[in-house]
Write a protein that binds this ligand. Structure first.
Ligand code: CA
Length: 422
């Protein structure tokens, strides 16, 4: 795992004044990567680093000679740590690079963003034991958690082509559904449209086919993390999922935030991993000293909603849930990489590993409407009195995440938002 260095120094400030504002998602200690271009233009996407409310154009700053984010992500860890050091030194208050790099800054408000890299393959895991239990209970009240759950990081292969960047509208899907008491399925718009609070772990350096990644080096293959909303059509899912799992209920749109926060930026917020008393210990290939000492990350995750009515009346988004990543995730990112490759499967730069819905132990930290509304049986009341069991057209769903700790500067992931349209 990454050691702390000068780039994490809480005393370091930037000559970009907006980066020094308390509570800013993108202080100089963060330096996340994304792809951008001037808003409304058809220009080729460029690689940028967020600093305060600005983007540093890496090519304009002379730091890269290409616009290929995947190539940057695939670089050896030492190379990308050197780039982080150069970025931090050059953006630090008093740097001799200020006058040159000031010309390479673009206001984020003047940019449009893309999915931060080309995602070749997308795997979605199921890492929250609380989510698995809540969902399992809706199907099997007496036996909610299947016997493999505490041994195997459960996952399935998703679809990369429908991953979209924050701000892209999400069209309510149509499909086959069947009410439990109906004799035959019917076809029409999804009536149980849901969100899933997830993280997207991005692969940096890949591994060769047939060459598993051991848990002790797993994090060297991770580039960083973004917020991820795996929109889900619950009624379509309920009818189609047996025997091979989710299909069209999950591949009509998955929203990712524009910035990848690197593993280096997360270094001050690492936390120990352990199993609850009485639970099985991970098999040896999923167990390691580093993973035990600091495999988890102390991150706070928040979900907000703004309905069409709230927007019309000028009301700010209302919080649905607030929770902690390490309370939700039963498996660490290193365990996901080690498990995914243990059979020899090759991961490649830009591959996306979804965490699965990150529900905490209590309902105020649940990561989906199907949990908040107990499968649609109990309406959830918003602060303005509106009620929801699932998402309605015009609803904007927003994910936010941040890390904070005494003695470190808070960093944020930005947000992943999307509005449901008919
Ligand atoms: Ca999911």
């Amino acid at each position: 795992m990454t050691a702390l260095d000068i780039t994490h120094d809480p005393k370091r400030t930037s000559w970009v004044a907006s980066a020094n504002v308390a509570g800013c998602d993108f202080p100089i200690q963060n330096l996340p990567f994304g792809r951008f271009r001037p808003a409304g233009s058809q220009e080729a996407l460029r690689i940028g680093v967020a600093i305060g409310d600005q983007v540093l154009d890496l090519r304009a700053a002379g730091l890269v000679d290409h616009d290929d984010m995947n190539a940057l992500m695939a670089a050896p860890v030492a190379e990308r740590q050197a780039l982080r050091r150069t970025l931090s030194d050059g953006l630090a208050a008093g740097s001799a690079r200020e006058s040159a790099w000031a010309q390479a800054l673009v206001a984020q408000s003047a940019c449009e963003f893309a999915v931060p890299c080309k995602v070749g393959d997308y795997t979605d895991f199921y890492t929250s034991v609380h989510h698995a239990t809540n969902i399992g209970r809706q199907f099997r009240p007496d036996n909610p958690l299947l016997p493999n759950y505490k041994w195997v990081p459960i996952g399935y292969h998703g679809r990369a082509s429908s991953i979209i960047v924050s701000g892209t509208p999400v069209k309510r899907p149509q499909g086959q559904t069947k009410a439990p008491d109906a004799a035959e399925p019917s076809f029409g718009p999804c009536k149980r449209l849901d969100y899933e609070l997830e993280l997207a772990w991005f692969i940096g350096q890949g591994n060769a086919l047939g060459a598993p990644v051991g848990i002790d080096t797993a994090e060297q293959h991770l580039f960083g993390v973004a917020l991820f909303n795996d929109w889900s059509a619950r009624d379509i899912q309920a009818w189609e999922y047996q025997p091979l799992g989710p299909f069209l209920s999950k591949n009509f749109g998955s929203t990712v935030s524009p910035w990848i926060v690197t593993m280096e930026a997360l270094a001050p917020f690492r936390a120990p991993f352990s199993r609850p008393e009485g639970d099985p210990q991970p098999l040896p290939y999923l167990d390691g000293a580093d993973n035990r000492a600091q495999g988890h990350i102390d991150m706070t995750l928040e979900v907000l909603i703004q309905t069409a009515k709230m927007r019309t009346e000028g009301q700010a988004p209302a919080r649905l849930t607030l929770g902690k990543l390490k309370d939700a995730a039963y498996w660490t990112p290193a365990q996901l990489v080690a498990h995914h490759t243990v059979n020899g499967c090759n991961l490649q730069a830009g591959d996306l590993l979804g965490s699965g819905t990150l529900s905490g132990p209590t309902l105020d930290a649940a990561g989906s409407f199907t949990e908040l509304s107990v499968g649609g049986k109990q309406a959830f009341t918003l602060p303005n009195g509106e009620q929801r069991t699932f998402l309605q057209d015009g609803d904007t769903l927003i994910l936010r995440g941040w890390c904070e700790r005494e003695g470190a500067v808070r960093i944020g992931l930005g947000e992943a938002s999307g509005t449901v349209v008919a």
